[in-house]
Design a protein around this ligand. Structure first.
Ligand code: PLP
Length: 451
């Protein structure tokens, strides 16, 4: 099938007809095209094998070729191929009950197709909840600079990465941003001061105007920023005090990525009002988003005036085959104790990557579970971010050696200087060793070039 002639025809059609996500138009010459996959590895049309050190887009958590997941999708499509959630079906019912169990408190879940949509639904639920409990002015959503919450206009407005908004005109109204706790480039004395700043903003804006705070427990695409557990605890306390809903975006950090089933579980005692999920929910095998809402919030919807309902629908949201894939994914995560495995194996990986901090171009190495960020700088003292050339040399060098790694997205102009590594949670110990050795060698080689 993949003869040289066929590959060259595909490459031409790709250039002519396929609009790629996030690829600069002048860089579209030869995109990597996967032709087969096996665990954490894939073979590309160029004939080379690569380890996927970023799990696709941080979602392929159990690797390629999980037969058990493929089988339930097939079985579901052969039985009930589609059914909307204006009515009901068994996989969605079972999945909503399972999510409630995993989240550690009673939750009711609304299903969508993606993380962006899960966050959109969360914002609308938060606003409607307040409107239905006598606080219709509570509409503003607070999020943090550097955070990414999705590409649709509401989720993009919660996203606080300047470059992502260029040329898209006005944002949705009612979104406010605050700096994250970021020990390496601090805006505050410490993490608690960063949390307390959120309280200041709530008070200055007027608590009766604030609907919710949304945050990832660990900023992922914005550069892997890891706060102390006390940060989220303090934010949760502030939210409770001001009747502001706490939404945790677990699109990346959910389902074992950080060494616990959910990222918020690193902060003891925190139970978010709303949890949004996607990506790892189906281990990247099927599209699915989920917005889980604490029981007391859902009850307020049930008790609202007659005829009240959540006026939101997604044709493919909670597709039966996607829900079946999610149920099987969760079964595997539990059976193979993936979160514990990640927590255990990440200790060695982290230790090895940390050694890079002695390198003159490495400002800081950060990580939690299988989520690592390596901040590359021109100068350790001034912390000036590494040049585009350096970043491309490192990412390209890893690719040449058969390892795909990423960088923080189009976050802050000039600060796309953080390497991101997030391998499949099922990566073997040999895979992880290959990853660590390759990253270390390439970064050291680049440092030597610059010394
Ligand atoms: N939230 C976070 C933290 C993400 O990283 C992403 C995607 O990368 C999203 C939301 C949006 O998810 P999706 O691409 O499925 O819309």
């Amino acid at each position: 099938m993949h003869t040289a002639e066929h590959s060259s025809k595909l490459a031409q059609q790709d250039r002519d007809h396929l609009w790629h996500a996030m690829v600069k138009f002048n860089e579209q010459a030869s995109p990597l095209m996967a032709v087969s996959g096996d665990g954490a590895w894939f073979t590309a049309a160029d004939g080379n094998r690569y380890m996927d050190g970023v799990s696709g887009l941080w979602c392929l958590n159990l690797g390629h070729g999980r037969k058990e997941i493929a089988q339930v999708v097939y079985d579901q499509l052969m039985n009930v191929s589609y059914f909307p959630l204006t009515m009901s079906h068994e996989p969605a019912i079972e999945l909503s009950a399972k999510l409630s169990e995993l989240l550690g408190a009673p939750y009711t879940t609304f299903f969508t197709c993606s993380g962006s949509e899960a966050n959109e639904a969360a914002f609308k639920i938060a606003r409607q909840y307040h409107a239905q409990t006598g606080k219709p002015e509570k509409i503003k959503i607070i999020s943090r600079y550097r955070a990414y919450h999705g590409s649709t206009l509401g989720a993009l407005s919660a996203t606080a990465q300047a470059n992502r908004k260029l040329k898209y005109g006005a944002e949705a109204p009612g979104f406010l941003h605050v700096p994250p706790p970021y020990a390496y480039r601090p805006s505050f004395e410490d993490d608690l001061a960063a949390a307390n700043h959120i309280e200041n903003v709530i008070e200055w804006e007027g608590p009766d105007t604030i609907a919710a705070v949304i945050m990832e427990p660990f900023i992922s695409g914005g550069g892997v920023i890891i706060p102390t557990p006390a940060y989220l605890q303090r934010v949760a306390e502030i939210c409770r005090k001001h009747n502001v809903l706490l939404i945790t975006d677990e699109v990346v950090s959910g389902f074992g990525r950080t060494g616990k089933m959910f990222g918020f579980m690193h902060s003891e005692g925190v139970q978010p009002d709303i949890v949004t999920m996607a990506k790892g929910l189906t281990a990247g095998c099927m599209p699915l988003g989920a917005t889980a809402v604490r029981a007391h919030l859902y009850d307020a919807f049930k008790q609202a005036e007659a005829g009240s309902h959540f006026r939101h629908v997604s044709t493919f949201g909670g597709h039966p085959a996607s829900c079946a894939a999610a149920l099987k994914t969760i079964e595997i995560l539990e059976e193979e104790q993936i979160p514990n495995r990640v927590a255990r194996l990440s200790q060695d990986t982290m230790k090895e990557l940390n050694r890079l901090e002695s390198c003159q171009i490495v400002g800081e190495v950060r990580g939690v579970g299988f989520l690592y960020g390596i901040e590359i700088v021109e100068d350790k003292k001034t912390k000036a971010p590494a040049s585009e050339e350096t970043m491309l040399a490192i990412v390209g060098g890893c690719k040449e050696k058969g390892l795909i790694i990423g960088r923080n997205g189009d976050t802050v102009p000039g600060y796309q200087n953080i390497l991101i590594v997030a391998p499949p949670l099922s990566s073997t110990e040999e895979d992880l060793q290959f990853l660590v050795d390759t990253v270390k060698n390439i970064v050291k080689k680049e440092a030597a070039k610059q010394s």
